[in-house]
Each structure stands twice: as structure tokens, then as C-alpha cells.
Design a protein. Structure first.
Length: 578
């Protein structure tokens, strides 16, 4: 694939479906009407891109390899972090990335109309209606989404935030469907809690999570009126995968009977709106014997009228997770999130199968699998560097983190959340709104063949991406008198010799781009910084500015040149890659 030509715009017109049944139908049909660019994939290549596998990486280690690791595992990083991490070994960085993190403080109220919750205090346990009968749910949803962006902006060298978004995409819910910000927050906290934990336990907890019970109708699933929505998505999207339909009602890895029996296992769970929790009601549970198909080794699950563990859900998940295809399904999810979308036969054999084996042999603890993947020869193979298109959050949040853009502090939470909300809005316009994926399948860019990530770039979103970076470098975003903007002077001052125009272009390119530019491109960038001028002109201008930094004329002389250079670089196709 040509890493530049595929950025030619693709026009996507998304349509949300109305109900649960329709969501599944839309997903199978592709989920959107597309006018695909002639440069986008029409079929996936069958020739192996590389034969490297999960064996440990033993090649050269330096800035380029460390930067590749950080770009894929963080929502961007700044100059200091890139260079500091490059001084460490691969094992040291991966170990730091996999460290557990304390739970962050919950989101707070920034809406003066939410009278029962003081500004700056959390709303996550407060009643949905305040003492005046006002419903602040909409503002709380916005608070939650802004807060989530804040967690991404302020993350350390940790995988927790990247994994939280991964599991949100994989175990998808929509705030617009759940309809209660408190349940949405609880679901988000659950994903963050198990971000680097046990996958089987994560799926168990999500299964009885009140937000998910609302989203996929689990709270209405009873013995007398079974609802198959979650039982279907549990298998098709969340664990083993559907595969090809080999006969009516018989898919590659499960059958319609398995969906029906799983639905019976899942009956009896309800949501308590007061305690913001899920409860098991044995009178609504189907305690009959459940018989599963040959795809699951004809497993029988005996009925139990209790939620005490181990219970029927434990038995159901043990049955599903015992299948090697479940481990492979999770391995492919991790691969497409961190490495590349194309999984050919060679990758399947050299990476997916052994990664699945690691998951199974470690009882589905995710850390050993991530340790192996992020330390593998395959991960650092040159073909896998710079081949991923940034998702909108990587683009928006990553830009601010790369340039160290300042935001209001916690002493002014209204302005702080307003700025965070601006980034969330920008990401949403680029087609990724955290908290509200298009449907239960998550974002098509991670599953829809053959385009995958290429769907992030289209005639609507590419101009928005460029407008966002133009705004951040030229005038910034202002809210209530606070402006968040890229400071090109502070950025260039981090370099060892800001008076050297060649060093500026070289270092900026290393920071902004995951792949090496051509000599012609580098020459053009230097011309952008110094249009028609010799090198010494920049050196003189920079020296003159540093000798009198309060002189507006001298400041603007260097600032305008740096702004022009960075504006152009952030509009280059290579800036869309990581």
C-alpha cells in the first residue's frame, strides 16, 4: 500500500440504525453508504507483507524504535518524553507501559443549573433529577466526555488510556442509548479498571454491568420473554466471532441454538436506578438445563437460581473462553489496534496463533500478551512502522500532547472542561466521539473490510483535521478568555541548537512523522522556513530575538516562520500516520 496516495479523500455517509435488530443488520451489510476513493482498498492483498513473528525483537534500539512504541501506545507524547524514553531499553519502556494505575478522580459538575451538585464536585452518585425537578443528564454526559479527554491529555507513560478506548470500541455502548450519565461513567470506570486485567473477568463484569444491561436489553431478558440481543453480541462481537454462515442458523463457531441458550443463561438481571447497580432476580431467571451445540462440544449448563459465583454466566464464559477461536479473536483485536489492519495467512500463523496461545496459557491475562506483542520482531518490522492512520483522538489529543499545549488547571474546572470538550467535539466531527460509537460493533475503521483505517480519511474529515491543526498553530482555541495554542517558540527552544535551521527541520520531522521523508521533502520544508534565504538569515534572526525577546517585531519575525513551517508539516499526509 502506498502510504501517501491512500490519503486521497474518501466520502463516507454514516447512517445510524433505529433498533437492536436493525443495528445487527446494518453491521453485516457494512453499516454505511460509501463513495470509495479510487486509491482506497478494493480487496485485501494476499501476498505476505513480512515473515517476522512474535519472536523477541533483537534489532537496533534507539529514538526511532522508542518513538514507534510510544506513538502506538500513548495518545501522543512530547519532545522531552520521546527523548527520555529513547534512553531506556525496550524492556524498561514496555514494563512501564504495563504498570497498573490508580483510578482517577471522577468527573465533576460544571453546570450551574445542576443545583444539587456544587461546581467542581462529582455528580456520579447524585440523583438524575435535582431538587427543582431539573434533569442535568445532558450536561453530565458532556462532563463525562470532557473528563475522558482530560484523562487522555494527562496520561503518563501508561497503556491504561489506550486500552480503555480499545475496550470501549470492542465492548461498545452508546451514551445516547444508555441515557443516564451515571451508568455511562460506571461502565467507563469498569473498562479502565480492567484495561490491563483479565479478559474473561472483564467480559463477565461487562455482562452484568448496568449500562450494558440497558444498552443491549439484558434488563428485559426474562424466562417468559427471552431477549437474545446480548447473547448474540456476546458471541458475535465480544468473544468468539461469527465466522461464515455454513448453513441456515449455523455459523462457523456457534449456532442460533447457542444464541438462544445463552439468552436463557443471561435471564434475571435487572438495573437498580437508585443504587446505580445491577441485581439478580431469581423469579425472572430461566433455571432450565441449557444444551449447547457441537461447536461448544455439546456443553450442558445446569440451571442455578442464584448469582453467587460460580454461576451460570461463569459456566457460559468458561465454555466460550475454552475455545481457541476466542483467544484468536482477542489476538486479532489487539493486533489491529496496535500493529496493522491486514492479517494475512502469514501473520495469522506467525503472530495471531502464538499470541492466542499466550492468552490461553495465561488464563486470558492481557499483560503477557501485550508484553510479547510490543516486544516482538513483528512489531518493530519496518513494514509496520508508520502504516496506521491516526484515529481522531490520536490526532486531536496527540497534537496537543506533542506540542505541550497548555490547558486551564483544576482551580478553574469550568474553563478546564470547556477546553477538554472542544477537543472532544473536534474528534467527534472527525468521526470518533468517545462514548458514542456508531453502533454495538464499534467504529468500522477497526473491522470493515477492505478499507479499515482508510475510512478515517474522507472529504469531510480531512479538511477538519487540517482546520484543527491550523487553528492550534495560528490562533488557538479561546474559551472564557483562556486560549490554548501551540507555542512554536517554546517548542523550538527545546532543541539543542534552535539557531540551526537544518537541525530544526530534521528534529521537527523526527517528532511529527513516523516515517523518513525524502531529501526533496526535507529541502522543501527548509524552503518553507526560509523562503529564498540562506541559512545564516535564520541564525541571525534567532540570535537577534534571543537577545531582545520582549521586542514584538523580533518575536514575530521568528514566530511567523515557525508557524508557517509547522502549519505545512501538520497538513502533510505523513502527519496523519503513526
Amino acid at each position: 500500500m502506498n502510504r501517501r496516495s491512500f490519503l486521497t479523500p474518501v466520502s463516507i455517509h454514516r447512517q445510524k440504525s433505529g433498533g437492536d435488530r436493525q443495528i445487527a443488520g446494518d453491521r453485516q451489510a457494512g453499516g454505511s453508504r460509501q463513495n470509495i476513493s479510487p486509491y482506497a482498498n478494493k480487496t485485501l492483498p494476499r501476498v505476505a507483507r513480512t515473515t517476522s513473528g512474535l519472536e523477541p525483537y533483537t534489532g537496533p534500539w534507539g529514538y526511532d524504535q522508542a518513538a514507534h512504541l510510544l506513538r502506538r501506545t500513548l495518545f501522543g507524547a512530547d519532545y522531552v518524553t520521546f527523548n527520555a524514553m529513547a534512553a531506556n531499553t525496550m524492556q524498561q519502556i514496555v514494563s512501564q507501559l504495563l504498570q497498573d494505575q490508580p483510578a482517577p478522580a471522577p468527573p465533576v459538575n460544571v453546570n450551574s443549573k445542576d443545583v444539587d451538585v456544587p461546581i467542581g464536585q462529582t455528580w456520579v452518585f447524585s440523583p438524575l433529577l435535582d431538587s427543582n425537578g431539573y434533569n442535568p443528564n445532558s450536561s453530565r454526559i458532556l462532563s463525562l466526555k470532557a473528563w475522558w479527554i482530560g484523562q487522555m491529555l494527562n496520561q503518563g507513560v501508561s497503556l491504561v488510556e489506550k486500552m480503555t478506548l480499545l475496550w470501549h470500541n470492542h465492548l461498545a455502548t452508546e451514551t445516547s442509548v444508555i441515557g443516564d450519565a451515571r451508568f455511562c461513567y460506571k461502565h467507563n470506570a469498569l473498562l479502565r479498571q480492567f484495561a490491563l486485567g483479565n479478559l474473561k473477568e472483564l467480559v463477565y463484569q461487562v455482562t452484568i454491568d448496568p449500562g450494558m444491561l440497558i444498552y443491549l436489553n439484558g434488563s428485559t431478558n426474562t424466562a417468559s420473554h427471552p431477549n437474545e440481543n446480548y447473547g448474540r453480541e456476546l458471541q458475535e462481537l465480544f468473544t468468539i466471532g461469527k465466522g461464515v454462515e455454513i448453513a441456515p442458523g449455523d455459523y462457523t463457531y456457534y449456532t442460533e441454538t447457542d444464541v438462544q441458550e445463552a439468552a436463557k443463561v443471561l435471564t434475571g438481571w435487572q438495573v437498580n436506578q437508585t443504587t446505580i447497580s445491577s441485581v439478580f432476580n431469581s423469579t425472572r431467571h430461566d433455571a432450565s438445563v441449557k444444551q449447547f451445540s457441537g461447536d461448544y462440544q455439546n456443553t450442558i449448563i445446569l440451571g442455578k437460581l442464584t448469582a453467587d459465583r460460580p454461576n451460570e454466566i461463569d459456566d457460559l464464559l468458561t465454555m466460550i473462553f475454552n475455545e481457541v477461536e476466542t483467544a484468536k479473536f482477542f489476538a486479532r483485536k489487539l493486533y489491529r489496534w496496535f500493529v496493522y489492519y491486514l492479517i494475512d495467512d502469514t501473520v495469522e500463523a506467525n503472530v495471531i496463533a502464538p499470541l492466542a496461545g499466550i492468552l490461553q496459557s495465561n488464563n486470558y491475562e492481557v499483560k503477557p500478551a501485550l508484553q510479547a506483542l510490543l516486544s516482538s520482531a513483528h512489531f518493530y518490522d519496518p513494514v509496520n512502522i508508520g502504516c496506521v492512520i491516526k484515529n481522531p483522538v490520536d490526532h486531536a489529543v496527540g497534537t496537543c500532547r506533542l506540542f505541550g499545549v497548555g490547558f486551564p488547571g483544576s482551580t478553574d474546572v469550568i474553563d478546564q472542561y470547556a477546553m477538554w470538550s472542544y477537543l472532544r467535539t473536534e474528534a467527534a466531527v472527525m468521526q470518533l466521539d468517545p462514548g458514542d460509537p456508531p453502533n454495538v460493533a464499534g467504529w468500522p475503521e477497526y473491522y470493515q473490510e477492505p478499507q479499515f483505517y482508510e475510512l478515517w480519511i474522507n472529504t469531510d474529515t480531512l479538511p477538519v483535521r487540517n482546520q484543527f491543526t491550523d487553528t492550534m498553530i495560528l490562533r488557538g482555541h479561546t474559551s472564557n478568555g483562556n486560549t490554548s495554542i501551540i507555542d512554536p517558540i517554546a517548542f523550538v527552544e527545546q532543541l539543542s541548537d534552535p539557531g540551526d535551521p537544518n537541525l530544526i527541520v530534521t528534529e521537527f520531522a523526527r517528532l511529527l512523522f513516523p516515517i523518513q521523508l525524502t531529501s526533496n521533502q526535507m529541502a522543501f520544508l527548509k524552503e518553507t522556513l526560509l523562503p529564498g534565504l540562506p541559512d545564516y538569515e535564520w541564525t541571525v534572526e534567532w540570535t537577534t530575538y534571543t537577545q531582545d525577546p520582549t521586542n514584538t517585531t523580533k518575536l514575530n519575525a521568528v514566530k511567523s516562520k515557525l508557524q508557517a513551517l509547522l502549519k505545512f508539516m501538520m497538513e502533510m499526509p505523513e502527519y496523519q500516520l503513526m
